[in-house]
Design a protein around this ligand. Structure first.
Ligand code: PGA
Length: 252
């Protein structure tokens, strides 16, 4: 059985004080959520204060990015994965479409970041997803396969145990236009097949694949009914503790 993961990506929102306040408000609202793993991803500056306040709770803290470099060094503006771990995080998101689009991250860079995260003992949430043009051109499956293969290249079989894949169609992110449960299921099943071929049926069976893109309290249950959807990566609706808690508690 794959344990679902509900992760909140706070993107570049919230001061330290706002982040801590949201995390503290979330804690009691999801305290009984044993059916899934709960993850929140604040901005870098808030990671340590949020992680400190959540110590001993069932909420995991994730960074939204990390350096490709494994060790400290003269890399101005970068934050290494081991520093993220040191700040109290257990997860790191890599290859989000906003990073691919605005910060020109290639599959090669994403793969290096995933490797850096894993080497630091973090679970890497690796994001993939096609644009609307690519979907309309009938290329969605090819694009996602290429991203997946490139972003996971260089990983060992044991690394795969600490990988979570997030399928986030770019056209559904922040647009209010969510993929239908059937569209998402089709891609998730495809990703699992790619994993079976590229790695092993056992690795594919264990892999958690999250859906992301306009996930809200009113569409999470339908998505979670799909056999290959193992959770969600939530942007906008994760910014408020109440709406994120509703998503976490989708099962009742
Ligand atoms: P959204 O963002 O839920 O606001 O569409 C999802 C994401 O970018 O992870």
């Amino acid at each position: 059985m794959r344990k679902p993961v509900i992760a909140g990506n706070w993107k570049m929102y919230k001061t330290v004080a706002d982040s801590v306040a949201t995390a503290v408000a979330l804690k009691p609202l999801v305290a009984n959520a044993n059916h899934c793993e709960v993850v929140i991803a604040p901005v870098f500056t808030a990671l340590k204060p949020v992680a400190d306040r959540l110590e001993g709770s069932n909420i995991h803290v994730s960074a939204q990015n990390c350096s490709t470099e494994h060790n400290e060094g003269a890399f101005t503006g970068e934050v290494a994965a081991f520093m993220v771990r040191d700040a109290g995080c257990s997860h790191v998101i890599v290859g989000h479409s906003e990073r691919r689009q605005y910060f020109l991250e290639t599959d090669e860079i994403v793969s290096k970041k995933a490797q850096a995260g894993l080497a630091a003992g973090l679970t890497a949430i690796v994001c993939v997803g096609e644009t609307l043009d690519q979907r309309d051109a009938g290329k969605a499956l090819d694009v996602v396969k290429e991203q997946l293969t490139g972003s996971l290249s260089g990983l060992t079989a044991s690394d795969l145990d600490r990988i979570i894949v997030a399928y986030e169609p770019v056209w559904a992110i922040g647009t209010g236009r969510t993929a239908t449960p059937e569209q998402a299921q089709e891609m998730h099943a495809f990703i699992r097949r790619v994993f079976t071929e590229g790695h092993s049926p056992a690795a594919a069976d264990k892999l958690r694949i999250l859906y992301g893109g306009s996930v809200k309290p009113d569409n999470i249950a339908g998505l979670m009914k799909q056999p290959d959807i193992d959770g969600a990566l939530v942007g906008g609706a994760s910014l408020k503790a109440e709406s994120f808690a509703e998503i976490v508690n989708y099962n009742g």
